[in-house]
Design a protein around this ligand. Structure first.
Ligand code: SAH
Length: 218
């Protein structure tokens, strides 16, 4: 349990230990989490909970993902420093920031203008210059920049993300929550280099749904 007198560094160190004990063991992923101040991505009301291993509400009725899930998904992507990555569902931008530290370029899409704008400011504050943002429907992907080495989807699609799989390189990896209900299967698709994919289930997750089109409200 966190003690209110703990420094952010102590809380972060405790969080990283907790992630490691749950199976996020990739040193690069843990280092990226250690370098990324989650409190910057958390709304004022929940800032003192930034170092807890839980999802938290953000604007527009969305959520910033649980750090363990961010670690698990990032690890499953098996990123390489030269990778060009597409992320669907920028949200707070926290997951984007972690990706940006482990890859060459991150293209990230969000359907709420407000969230996109706030995330862009955070990328600037942190000096993350390898993130390219787009306000739009991530279900369509980003055809002009395809194919991607890696694709990460952080909103649940009800069916196989076929359109996004078409924007993946033949030996690429796509990680996405798939399912219609409140609990979805976290799936990892790995290209076999010949146009086919192997599919692996990584566990059960709870993501907000991937919705069609851009949001009309801000
Ligand atoms: N990775 C984020 C979590 C975001 S929650 C973080 O760490 O904060 C999922 C996000 O996906 C929400 O912001 C939601 O608005 C967005 N989203 C849902 N459907 C989308 C779509 N079709 N295109 C782009 N973004 C979408």
């Amino acid at each position: 349990m966190a003690d209110a007198s703990d420094t952010p560094q102590t809380r972060l160190a405790r969080l990283v230990l907790a992630l490691r004990s749950q199976g996020v063991t990739d040193p690069g992923v843990l280092a990226a989490i250690e370098k990324t101040p989650r409190d910057i991505f958390t709304p004022d009301l929940f800032r003192d909970r930034a170092w807890e291993d839980s999802a938290l509400p953000i604007a527009c009725g969305q959520t910033i993902s649980q750090p363990f899930i961010v670690g698990l998904m990032t690890q499953a992507l098996t990123l390489e420093p030269r990778a060009r990555v597409l992320e669907i569902g920028t949200g707070s931008g926290y997951q984007t920031a972690i990706l940006s530290r482990l890859s060459r370029l991150v293209y990230t899409m969000e359907r709420y203008r407000t969230l996109m704008g706030e995330a862009e400011q955070r990328f600037q504050t942190l000096g993350l210059t390898n993130v390219i943002t787009r306000f739009g429907d991530g279900g369509e992907g980003w055809p002009e920049q395809a194919p991607f080495d890696r694709i990460l989807v952080t909103a649940a699609s009800s069916d196989e993300p076929i359109r996004l799989l078409k924007q993946l390189k033949p030996s690429g990896v796509l990680v996405a929550p798939v399912g219609k209900g409140p609990v979805q299967r976290l799936l990892r698709y790995a290209g076999d280099g010949k146009g086919g994919f192997t599919q692996e289930q990584l566990g059960e997750v709870r993501f907000v749904p991937m919705l069609d089109g851009v949001a009309k409200e801000l």
